[in-house]
Unconditional design. Sequence first.
Length: 118
Amino acid sequence: MNDEIIPRPGGSDAHRTLAYERVLCALLDIRTLDELRDVFSRRLTQEAAAGFAAALDETRARKQPDSFALGWAIEAVIAARRRAAGDDIAQMFNDPTFHAPPSETAIALYNEMWEARS
């Protein structure tokens, strides 16, 4: 994962930001800095960050890799939004025996949530 900025001790904000981004890529199992920046440019991810600690605890309790926590936090935000709209989709995320695909309407709503950027 190379970038044109070479971090150095006591460097600029850009150097510190790049260092944070590289650590996040490794922790979240994200392949590139561009992919990381894309994921964190989305409102859904930014909202999910508030629940990341709880999602990390849940991920560890399930003995899953820490890199799953961000996805878990995003799923929690999606589920909360849909529940607030009167559509409880928790079964789709949490029931391993549930095999019905989401409706076309639901897919369109999820895509709309994911595409929103700040």
